[in-house]
Design a protein around this ligand. Structure first.
Ligand code: FAD
Length: 304
């Protein structure tokens, strides 16, 4: 705790509930939470955890994770490192705690095309790169040029974007076991000159689309991946589960792939709903839905 306080000052907390740091608003406490405001703070905190043999988990906006009710053992590093630069050749470098939607807005304001699809996308650059986030015909994999990684041995390396081996909503890092994953410190994107007004109009359309089609409230967005032949939401709707509820969590009536925490939902409710929906869709339509969201933390009790 003492050495951690030297790195992040008062931004270290013990037994900190994680629900407020997630978009689903569920999840128990982290043994320790460190809020990092620069990539250097992230790197030093990770190295410190390594020195003491403390397991750690990096969180961005917590939009794509389901944190266990029992919380997370060890250290959670909340990445709020959000500096970004535009180089003269149009390459954009961002620390990975930068919000994707903010980066899209700022680059478009400078007449740069390539990130407008991320208008209104919740989450950080780090989360977007790990999950190969995408929408409206764009995705991270198409514009990512390089990543700066902190490897498990404490060494910082720069890799080309192709190293991430992106597939639909996944990457090389997401496929690794959590205990072996490197930490993303920064990413560069190759953008191109565009018509600022046209790009801004496109972003406004996208934001409007999100506001009208997506349910509001506490959610992780798409719970399951879409399959090449069918949207997960349509399959769930097809088996009559719109509005289906377990505890304080329900399938949205507006978009069946979105689960909503109605206020007193727990992570166990979410997991039970995931399993119920998977079982019904598989039984009745023969399709196995694969979660897009990731379970993190101490699930030993609940998942057993
Ligand atoms: C309303 C809503 C709408 C959404 N719409 C879309 C959409 O249209 N398209 C889409 O693709 N997604 C969508 N999502 C999902 C979400 O926006 C993305 O998955 C987002 O990229 C997650 O970013 P995050 O910062 O919240 O990641 P987190 O949930 O904090 O983390 C996700 C994973 O990445 C890891 N991670 C995060 N940062 C780092 C780092 N710096 N280094 C190493 N690992 C890291 C975490 O450990 C975790 O494993 C939506 C979500 C919501 C709530």
């Amino acid at each position: 705790m003492g050495r951690l306080a030297e790195v992040v000052g008062e931004r270290v907390r013990r037994d900190e509930p994680l629900a407020p740091y997630t978009s689903m608003r569920v999840g128990g406490p982290a043994d320790l939470l460190a809020v990092c405001r620069t990539a250097e703070e992230v790197a030093e905190t990770v190295r410190l955890a390594g020195d003491y043999g403390v397991p750690y988990l990096v969180l961005g906006s917590g939009c794509n994770v389901l944190v266990a009710d029992a919380g997370v053992r060890g250290l959670v590093i909340l990445n709020q490192a959000d500096r970004a630069w535009v180089e003269p050749d149009g390459e954009v470098r961002a620390e990975t705690g930068k919000l994707m939607a903010g980066l899209a807005r700022e680059t478009v304001a400078q007449g740069l095309a390539g990130l407008e699809w991320a208008a209104g996308l919740p989450g950080t650059v780090g989360g977007a790169v790990v999950g190969n986030a995408g929408a409206f015909g764009g995705d991270v994999g198409s514009v990512l040029r390089t990543v700066t990684l902190l490897e498990r041995d404490g060494v910082v390396v720069e890799r080309p974007g192709t190293w991430m081996e992106f597939v639909y909503r996944s990457s090389r890092i997401k496929r690794q076991p959590p205990s072996e994953r490197p930490v993303l410190l920064a990413a560069t994107f190759q953008l191109r000159p565009g018509d600022r007004e046209a790009l801004e109009a496109r972003m406004a359309e996208i934001v409007h689309w999100r506001r009208t089609r997506h349910p509001s409230g506490a959610t992780m967005g798409s719970t399951f991946k879409n399959s090449p032949d069918a949207h997960a939401g349509r399959l769930i709707e097809g088996v009559g589960l719109k509005g289906y509820r377990i505890g304080g969590v329900k399938v949205s009536e507006k978009h069946a792939n979105f689960f909503i925490n109605t206020g007193d939902g727990t992570a166990a409710d979410v997991l039970a709903l995931i399993r119920h929906v998977q079982a019904e869709v598989e039984l009745r339509l023969g399709v196995r839905l694969e979660p897009e969201i990731e379970l993190v933390g101490d699930w030993a009790m609940e998942a057993g």
